[in-house]
Design a protein around this ligand. Structure first.
Ligand SMILES: O=C(CO)[C@@H](O)[C@H](O)[C@H](O)[C@H](O)COP(=O)(O)O
Ligand SMILES: O=C[C@H](O)COP(=O)(O)O
Length: 959
């Protein structure tokens, strides 16, 4: 086509009638099967209307793919849109397409007016992903009809089994439709029937049916493509019917179309139709689509020349349009030799060419190829979008060894081919185990939802500031504390706002340390518990409520805020105690997916973080992971696939988190997300956080490194070590954050990746069966304490100096009764390649103990060449504890408990904080033992400092 706007060289230039113009004299309207922005804008389209009698335009996903997929024509609008809105690739595409459709509709409108609504249409197709979804198609048709808002629009709906009822419904609502992808006579008959029914329904309601137009797009050339190929195959194989078969070459598609037209004529003659016609109904014309010649042996205008008839449309691709202008032959070909067409149809049947099966395949293939084109198109849009947004987005780059990369590619393609990403967003639990997953997916929408209400959080922030609090002390565990902790550690203090502290321990000393670090009279307490029933936040609330009351000299409710799910026990407590405010969480979001809900946002706002800005960054993460961003371009999905495939195919299940110092605490949140979501039923990922990077030689072949780098403040040691790991062929995924605020984006990115990894692993990422198990064991022990005034007695299997050793029978037998070094040697001697060691310390988590545990774990890693986890109880129980108990049986655990220097009472309870912590450690240990894990507990008596020093020395000697 003269897309370059060259002058036409056709018979209207003095060499006779333009065949395109002549078509209308035979009742056929030539439409153009093509759209491109520049073609519309530069006047080329109008020229076709003026000179060639063009009377309509059609588009489809493949056409838009060609238009938008390459070049820069659409860039200015993309940039303009992205400057004002945060859009997914699908939303962006749709806006571009609608602009094109509206511009085209404007050019075609005079035709619409002139032909009194017979022609002048432009078609826009519903998403090809919806081809087998009646409800989705119906909704999308309504939405696009409204969004484009042009009387000369036709919405294109595929004529599949599912598309036809949608077509009938929207016809009855007054929407003009082009039913596409029709290959078989039967499907066409059903479509025409649906059209009539839709009109009848509307007419029965007394509504106008005269403004509805419709065409049925009957595909032609693709039929010959398939049938001819079969003919050629059989002829080449020496078929006995070779001559008869050859006689059908290039004939079946046209014969099929001619017979369809006969059906049209019959129906429009019927009394039923005449009744509608009398009420103003327009017939649904047949539109010949796929009319470009594919086989060079045929005339390049075969599918135009042969299909001319009254009340029909031919949507002609550009090259064929030009060819027809040049040498098309106009006659009433459609009704010519119908008997011959009937004979061809009978012959194809007799010769077993099986047109029915062919047309069925063509529908499936047609839908699939539009999906492929749409994937390509959206991929191109997503790519551009990423370029235009630049630094506003986290940049992800994966460095994977060849085999690993190939397996990831294959799994990503599997997601694309099976539309799994769309299923995930459609909350289809079959993405995981087909269980309860759909009930836990509100985190997918929470950013949009919270942004819509962000002014409430901003008002809260203002009030907190006005009240002059100096500190905010958040009391909560796991999902209710780790997000706030990342916010506190990453963003620090804000001028004029209180400092945020997060307490997630029952260690009496740690509770006291926090109490002393704040001014109780000027502290805002945030009691944070989704379920509202978790032991720790309840007893911490009891403790600090009493302490604040004492300090203030009056009921301290006005200094307390609760964040909890509606209807929880904590809500009742907050009401009873006159809390200043209660903020609600979403019941359909699990704790570890709750950071972008009020669980993260309320403490963020209270500490002065700009929550609007924060949520806006998170929104980029949401849009980047959207259903419309094809898997290959969808970084969050790819990250999940890398983690899942790494574990399932390559035994690389230790997700080693490396984060730049300024965002280091993200690892603590990630640990919970990854471990609690995936570590169950003997499978899962084991997150390894905060393990200072070593040389490649200290690692086994069981790691995937996730490097979260703050672009302008990377750590030189990490940079060097990561480079060395990459060079050594270790798998490394780097996520570059241009700004700390992108921690918000990282939250969503990882939530999404974790959900995807869960799917690859074949588990439900939203439950936590083994966390519950140790809560139950703990409860039994605290109940026993309340009844008897003591925890049930226990006997060590060995003792050495300040150390007493505990284990279940099997473990104790394996470890013997030697001295501390011998026992530890036996314990760590059980570590094999691919295992990990967990050091689980139930002591105060402070600088000294953190340094101690780091030193110990690095010593273990370097000596044993395995991954190590360094955790503090009871905090990790609500985090990695799930995977240690429920995940792969590759953990070797050293639990450390100690005498408490001083204990603290829990108001209203017999037990103390010390008792609770001891019960938690024992509950944890009991479940580890029950699961036959390799677990040893060492209890340190006397001075903790001395005990830990001796223990470190013993460990060093043992390995
Ligand atoms: O369905 C309509 C118009 O209603 C067309 O846009 C239709 O999609 C196209 O003609 C075909 O997809 C083109 O098919 P083909 O030439 O690639 O076989
Ligand atoms: O991760 C969740 C923790 O177990 C705390 O649960 P919660 O928010 O219901 O108190």
């Amino acid at each position: 086509m003269d897309v370059d706007h060259k002058s036409h060289d056709h018979k209207s230039d003095g060499r006779g009638a333009n065949p395109l113009v002549a078509l209308s004299k035979h009742g056929q309207s030539p439409w153009l099967d093509f759209i491109q922005r520049s073609f519309t804008e530069n006047g080329s389209l109008k020229k076709l209307v003026d000179e060639d009698g063009l009377r309509g335009v059609t588009s489809n996903p493949a056409i838009f793919e060609k238009a938008m997929g390459a070049g820069t024509e659409y860039d200015p609008q993309m940039k303009e849109l992205l400057a004002h809105e945060t859009l997914s690739a699908g939303e962006l595409y749709e806006k571009l397409a609608i602009t094109d459709i509206q511009a085209t509709a404007k050019v075609m409108h005079p035709v619409f007016v002139e032909t009194k609504g017979l022609d002048g249409y432009v078609s826009l197709e519903v998403s090809p992903y919806l081809a087998f979804d009646t409800v989705g198609t119906t909704e999308e048709a309504r939405r696009l009809w409204k969004a484009v808002h042009r009387e000369n629009l036709m919405i294109k709906i595929p004529g599949t089994k599912e598309g036809i009822p949608a077509f009938e419904t929207v016809t009855s609502e007054g929407i003009s439709v082009n039913v596409t992808l029709l290959f078989s006579l039967d499907a066409y008959k059903n479509v025409l029937e649906a059209y009539i029914k839709g009109l009848e329904a509307r007419h029965a309601k007394g509504q106008d049916i005269s403004k509805i137009a419709s065409v049925a797009s009957f595909f032609v050339s693709r039929i010959d493509g398939k049938i001819d190929a079969e003919i050629d195959k059989r002829v080449a194989a020496g078929d006995k019917d070779a001559d008869a078969l050859k006689a059908l070459r290039g004939k079946v598609a046209i014969a099929n179309a001619k017979i369809a037209y006969q059906h049209y004529l019959d129906v429009t003659k019927s009394a039923r139709w005449q009744k509608l016609a009398a009420a103003g109904a327009n017939p649904q014309r047949l539109l010949w689509a796929s009319t470009g010649t594919k086989d060079k042996a045929y005339s390049d205008v075969l599918y135009v020349d042969s299909l001319i008839g009254a009340d029909t449309v031919n949507t002609i691709p550009p090259a064929t349009f030009d060819a027809f202008r040049d040498h098309g032959k106009v006659s009433d070909s459609l009704t010519h030799d119908v008997a011959g067409a009937t004979h061809v149809m009978a012959e194809q049947k007799r010769l077993g060419l099986n047109l029915d099966a062919v047309t069925e395949t063509l529908v499936t293939e047609g839908c699939a190829s539009f999906c492929d084109a749409f994937d390509k198109l959206l991929g191109a849009v997503a790519n551009k979008q990423r370029t235009f947004l630049g630094d506003k987005l986290i940049a992800q780059e994966a460095h994977l060894p060849g085999e690993f990369a190939a397996a990831v590619k294959a799994e990503v393609e599997n997601w694309r081919k099976h539309g799994k990403l769309r299923k995930l967003w459609a909350r289809d639990p079959s993405v995981w185990t087909g269980g309860e997953e759909a009930k836990w997916l509100k985190w997918l929408d929470i950013v949009d939802e919270r942004l819509a209400h962000v002014d409430e959080l901003e008002a809260f922030a203002k009030e907190v500031r006005a009240k002059g609090f100096t500190d905010v002390l958040l009391l909560g565990m796991g999902g209710s504390s780790l997000g706030p902790e990342v916010i506190a550690e990453t963003f620090g203090g804000h001028e004029g706002f209180p400092t945020l502290h997060v307490l997630d321990s029952t260690d009496p000393q740690q509770v006291v340390t926090y109490e002393k670090s704040v001014d109780l009279k000027k502290t805002l307490f945030i009691v944070s518990s989704k379920s509202g029933g978790t032991l720790e936040p309840n007893i911490l609330k009891a403790y600090f409520f009493a302490a604040a009351e004492k300090a203030l000299g009056h009921a301290p409710g006005s200094h307390f805020v609760a964040v909890t799910d509606p209807g929880s026990h904590m809500e009742a407590v907050a009401r009873k105690d006159g809390f200043w405010k209660i903020f609600y969480g979403e019941k359909e979001i699990g704790g570890r997916f709750s950071v972008l809900s009020n669980f993260g946002l309320v403490p963020a706002a209270a500490s002065g973080l700009n929550v609007r800005h924060f949520l806006h960054s998170a929104l980029h993460g949401v849009r980047e992971a959207a259903a419309s961003v094809p898997p290959e371009e969808n970084d969050a999905l790819k990250l999940g696939v890398i983690l899942g495939v790494g574990a399932t195919t390559f035994g690389r299940d230790k997700v080693t988190i490396v984060a730049s110092p300024a965002i280091y605490d993200l690892g603590a949140w990630l640990e919970q997300l990854i471990a609690e979501s995936t570590g169950k039923r003997g499978k899962g990922l084991i997150p390894i956080d905060d393990e200072t990077l070593g040389a490649a030689s200290v690692y086994g072949k069981d790691r995937v490194f996730a490097y979260l780098r703050l672009k302008d403040a990377p750590c030189p040691h990490q940079e060097k070590a990561i480079k060395a790991l990459r060079d050594a062929g270790e798998p490394v995924v780097t996520l570059d954050l241009a700004d700390k605020i992108q921690v918000a984006q990282a939250f969503f990115h990882w939530e999404f990746a974790t959900a995807v990894a869960g799917s690859v692993l074949g588990i439900d990422p939203f439950d936590q069966p083994d966390v519950e198990a140790s809560k139950v064991e703990t409860k039994k022990l605290t109940n026993a304490f309340n009844e008897t005034g003591a925890l049930p007695p226990e006997t060590p299997f060995a003792k050495d100096g300040p150390f007493a050793f505990y284990a279940d029978g099997t473990n104790a037998k394996a470890l013997g009764t030697g001295d501390v070094v011998a026992i530890l040697k036996a314990h760590f001697g059980r570590v094999k390649a691919g295992d990990y060691v967990g050091v689980l310390a139930y002591v105060e988590r402070d600088t000294a103990t953190r340094e101690w545990i780091q030193k110990v774990r690095l010593g273990l890693r370097d000596a044993l060449k395995v991954a190590t986890a360094a955790e503090f109880g009871p905090r990790f129980l609500h985090s990695t504890g799930q995977a240690y108990k429920g995940g792969p049986d590759t953990g070797v655990f050293l639990q450390i408990t100690a005498d408490d220097v001083a204990d603290l009472g829990v108001p209203g309870e017999k037990y103390t904080f010390g008792v609770v912590k001891a019960a938690q450690a024992r509950g944890d240990f009991d479940v580890l033992s029950e699961r036959h894990r390799r677990a040893l507990r060492v209890h340190v008596s006397g001075s903790l400092d001395v005990g830990l020093k001796l223990l470190a020395e013993a460990i060093a000697k043992a390995v």
